[in-house]
Design a protein around this ligand. Structure first.
Ligand code: NA7
Length: 581
């Protein structure tokens, strides 16, 4: 890893763009903006690049989208020179890739490391953002880009007594760089999401005793990690461009067959064959049946198949039953891929505590107390998740036009146009923000699409002499409605998931990502541009204009129905009256 990361630069500067975050989104954003000749500063809280892959160093951390897919596509040379060693790369390998990219494109010189953004304020007079960093610097910029990731702000530990524990405490999202040796220790892990499911089998191999505190059981299937499947490599090598394009035009950002067949349209035998193939695919998002996200009855057939698998693996029937997910439908909470997760519960030194039956009452100096009694531990690992999608954005004190605070604006749930912009915050962009496919897709594909859209927009504005861009209220309201309508025809809103904000006490229950698919979403973003930036208002020295409109619906055949409500061409700024300002 490079060591020339410059921490805490205190100098005040004035640049075209400030980007917050040096994860995969921030790195590519910087690369694109530099290529277009925009002066750019990236502000990063960590002392290295990689974002989520910098922080989440827990044992077993790896991606669960195949690495061939979970990598940049913007430069064929980069693709040619980088070889992933496994189908699902480990966190160290993904972090090495992020560092390779930072070095290869000489990105570090524009990144201020160990620098947290504390406040960003729109200065309407100057038409610039003023960004205050933890180092005390003020950076002025025309455009402000939040590339802060969807799962980057950890959820506060909401368990009584957590600060009383006298033993070792670890958080999967903030793991010690030197690793942890659990040999001979009595270890508790709280949480059975992806981080828990990936780390528990590995920690269990070291620990003398291991106790898993599970609130909600999760659906998980074997990752079957190993070399990248030859068929995938062949398809990729045969025609790289076609492969990448297929990913961009797929529902989830990974080339995969799409089915129109419903689970209840086929015989039980045929259904089982599809489910067995899914189980043996080692693929997070295998193609099963078209009605899986929308039909409770169809979805339940897969849920029961997966429960049967758990029962067939876990020897103790009571433990197996406690591990069986119930009360929500497959996919409506983020499913997992694992390596020996359920098998771990067959080990004699591993036990499961079902918090639905015996909730934690408090954490004590020596361990954890549930309604069933107290247990003592040497170490507690918190794998309790994130304030997803909005947490990291509103953690920064962002103030837009007329002093409007983003946190206040989003108090009842995020409101965006395309998940990219929000009314009241001119020249502010969100990479993979709420209301975009983001976490329901291969993040790399969604990141590249957003970064390209923002870069192209900034380039267009410069050429057209436009200084500010902001969505209209009509466009934003229409998009929010469209995002909600999409979610409401699925089973997703029924689950208490982080997609719904339900994991964070007090967070409004709103479906956060866009469920219409990467393909339709891309089409919508492209159409917005083709229709003269439908739903955006621009101002600049050359005048102001607004093509107000709304995306009415995105049809299944990927046509977008858009309606232009009114097209306004406003006079140059110098002569603009209060009604047009
Ligand atoms: P997740 O998926 O949000 O999992 C967090 C887990 O911690 C989940 O099982 C939670 O149960 C559990 N949790 C959270 N708070 C508590 C309390 N107070 N008591 C007991 N259990 C609790 O986060 P991950 O880090 O595992 O994964 C995040 C994403 O990263 C993952 O989806 C992939 O996209 C990669 P709950 O389900 O809320 O009942």
């Amino acid at each position: 890893m490079a060591t020339d990361n410059e921490p805490n630069d205190r100098s005040d500067v004035d640049v075209d763009v400030v980007v917050v975050g040096a994860g995969f989104a921030g790195l590519y954003m910087l690369h694109r903006l530099r290529g277009l000749g925009f002066s750019t500063v990236v502000l990063e809280a960590a002392d290295g690049v990689g974002g989520t892959w910098y922080w989440n160093r827990y044992p077993g951390a790896r991606c669960d989208i195949m690495s061939v897919d979970y990598s940049y596509s913007f430069d064929p040379e980069l693709e040619r020179e980088w070889r992933w060693s496994e189908k699902y790369a480990t966190q160290p390998e993904i972090l090495a890739y992020a560092n390779h990219v930072a070095d290869r494109y000489d990105l570090r010189r524009d990144i201020r490391f160990a620098t947290r953004v504390e406040r960003a304020t729109w200065d309407a007079g100057d038409r610039r953002w003023r960004v205050i960093t933890s180092a005390g610097a003020e950076i002025a910029c025309r455009f402000y880009v939040m590339a802060t990731g969807c799962l980057s702000l950890p959820k506060s530990i909401d368990i009584e007594g957590a600060d009383r524990f006298g033993g070792e405490i670890y958080y999967t999202h903030h793991w010690p760089h030197g690793g942890v040796d659990f040999t001979g220790k009595r270890v508790a892990v709280i949480g059975s999401g992806s981080s828990g499911i990936q780390s528990i089998p590995i920690i269990a191999k070291q620990a003398a005793q291991m106790t898993v505190f599970q609130r909600t059981p999760n659906f998980s299937r074997p990752a079957l990690n190993g070399p990248t499947p030859q068929a995938k490599l062949d398809a990729f090598k045969a025609d790289r461009d076609a492969y990448r394009q297929a990913a961009r035009l797929s529902p989830i950002g990974v080339p995969a067959p799409v089915t129109m067949v419903g689970a209840l349209q086929v015989s039980e035998q045929q259904r089982r064959a599809v489910y067995e193939a899914a189980w043996n695919s080692g693929d997070l998002l295998p193609t099963t049946f078209a009605d899986m996200p929308t039909s409770a009855e169809a979805n339940e057939t897969f849920c029961e198949f997966l429960r049967e698998k758990i029962r067939s693996i876990v020897k103790d029937p009571a433990t197996a039953e406690a591990l069986c997910p119930r009360g929500y439908y497959y996919g409506t909470k983020r499913p997992c891929l694992d390596t020996g997760y359920f098998e771990t519960f067959n080990l004699p030194h591993v036990r499961l505590v079902d918090l639905r039956r015996t909730p934690i009452t408090t954490i004590t100096n020596k361990g954890i107390q549930t309604t069933a009694g107290s247990m003592e531990f040497d170490a507690i690992v918190f794998a309790t998740g994130f304030d997803a999608m909005t947490g990291a954005i509103v953690a920064v004190d962002i103030n837009g036009r007329d002093g409007l605070s983003l946190k206040q604006k989003w108090a009842e749930g995020p409101k965006t146009y395309l998940g990219l912009t929000t009314v009241g915050f001119p020249n502010c962009f969100l990479i993979t923000g709420p209301g975009s496919p983001s976490v329901l897709s291969n993040m790399m594909v969604s990141i590249e699409q957003h970064v390209d859209w923002v870069s192209d927009t900034l380039d267009y504005m410069r050429r057209a002499g436009l200084e500010t861009i902001e969505p209209t209220g009509t466009a934003e309201a229409g998009w929010v409605q469209h995002v909600n309508d999409g979610a409401d025809i699925t089973l997703f809103p029924q689950a208490s998931s982080w997609y719904m904000g339900a994991n964070v006490p007090g967070k409004p229950r709103v479906f956060l990502p866009y469920i219409g698919g990467v393909d339709r979403y891309r089409k919508a973003c492209d159409e917005v541009v083709e229709q003269g930036y439908l739903g955006f208002r621009f101002e600049g020295t050359g005048g102001a204009r607004c093509n107000d409109g709304v995306i009415r619906r995105v049809q299944p055949d990927v046509t977008i129905v858009m309606e232009v409500i009114e097209s306004l061409r406003l006079p140059p700024i110098e002569s603009m009256s209060a009604t047009t300002a």
